[in-house]
Design a protein around this ligand. Structure first.
Ligand SMILES: [Zn+2]
Length: 95
């Protein structure tokens, strides 16, 4: 007994199912991988990344302008913000 369904038969249906499940798992993993890679970048730079563009501010003056985007920063505040973000995954002044 051979079944021809909407996807042209059981084997194609199964193949499509496996493909869709694989795609769903991959899509679910992408944000996690991005978060982990960014968390590593934050740790490598001692939480000193520009809040606006992500430029590494380590070794620059404590309070100055980002050389990359020109946004003013205060390293104490930048570190506190990233510290908060790592816990809650949002910035303290987000509403
Ligand atoms: Zn910047």
């Amino acid at each position: 007994m051979y079944c021809i369904g909407a996807f042209g038969g059981f084997r194609w249906g199964l193949a499509l199912g496996v493909l869709l499940i694989g795609a769903a798992i991959s899509l679910a993993l992408v944000p996690r991988m991005l978060f982990r890679s960014f968390r590593t970048r934050l740790a490598d730079n001692n939480l000193a990344l520009c809040m606006n563009c992500g430029y590494a501010l380590e070794g620059l003056p404590e309070a100055h302008k980002c050389p990359e985007c020109g946004e003013g920063y205060d390293l104490t505040r930048v570190r506190a913000n990233w510290d908060y973000w790592l816990v809650y995954r949002r910035l303290p002044n987000d509403s």
